[in-house]
Design a protein around this ligand. Sequence first.
Ligand SMILES: NC(=O)c1ccc[n+]([C@@H]2O[C@H](COP(=O)([O-])OP(=O)(O)OC[C@H]3O[C@@H](n4cnc5c(N)ncnc54)[C@H](O)[C@@H]3O)[C@@H](O)[C@H]2O)c1
Length: 322
Amino acid sequence: MSEHHFITGLAGFIGSHLADALLSDGYTVSGLDDYSLGRESNLVSAAKSDRFHIGKADARNAQETVRAMQSCVDRFGPITKVWHLAANSDISAGVADSSIDFGRTLQSTFSVIEACKSLNIRKVAFASTSAIYGEIDKVLEEDTGPLMPISTYGATKLASEALLSAAAESALDQIWIFRFPNVVGSRATHGALYDFVKRLTAQPSFLRVLGDGTQWKPYLHVSELVEAMRFIVAKASDKRNVFNIGPDGDGTLVKFLAEETIARVAPEARIDYTGGDRGWVGDVPRFSYSTAKLAKFGWKPSLTSDDAAKRAIHEIATENGF
Ligand SMILES: NC(=O)c1ccc[n+]([C@@H]2O[C@H](COP(=O)([O-])OP(=O)(O)OC[C@H]3O[C@@H](n4cnc5c(N)ncnc54)[C@H](O)[C@@H]3O)[C@@H](O)[C@H]2O)c1
């Protein structure tokens, strides 16, 4: 029996790509999703494997999480690693109703830790975010602080990191915390590129863009993210392992994203900027990441942020029939 990996948020954008990659590495992959944002169609390829299984469960509920994990253990044997990806991935939804972040992000982390304790699973990898840093006007390094997130999304991710760190002192042997930038690619369930393509499909004559187009962020293609996550988990052997993952070099302007999406999907459309320097309350308008720790560790992306965004625009447009 191959090593057994369990993914929460398995039917989501990143979870489904991670599953495909782990299956092609030869591992057994199981997991759970409540399908609040995830889709069965993301798992068409994975579901062909007899080393794959997904259960429907709500990770906010520790007992449901234990039951979902136990049924995968019954099927495939002990779980060696949990990749905890289930969360609210929509920052603005959490601004409107912070109980969404509290439940889907923080409570789910608590449940996953409790489930690991009860099934004696001792290794957890966690999808954290650049949003934990808040609005700090310098290059963000893993030990930058003090950390003052400006969204409940960022706050509940930071609190999840803290819960996992505490668990690493007792129930867990090892944790890996990945701080992602904006991740883009096929199967996206949310995000600026996804929104742009959807809006232009519904209304091809104009594109409403939040802010003034000068927001500037690093974008990483999901294929490179999944490669980096697997690299880190295979090589980083400390008890607590924290890594920023991001593209090399500069980030990408929202204006560039809007213009490239229009060129691909609706070349006649005009852009209507709503104005102001940020997209929504809780949005960090500009940040730059240091990925020096990961580079020193031996992993570097091959795509720039602009190239990753362009590739993702093409993929999302193709999925939507353009
Ligand atoms: N995509 C990005 O740019 C980005 C950036 C930083 C961090 N992240 C983190 O990476 C992880 C994956 O994000 P994604 O972009 O694939 O988003 P996603 O929404 O596509 O995936 C999250 C999955 O979790 C599931 N889920 C949510 N609440 C659940 C619950 N209570 N029980 C069971 N399943 C639940 C959703 O149905 C979805 O399938 C998330 O933790 C997200 O916060 C993503």
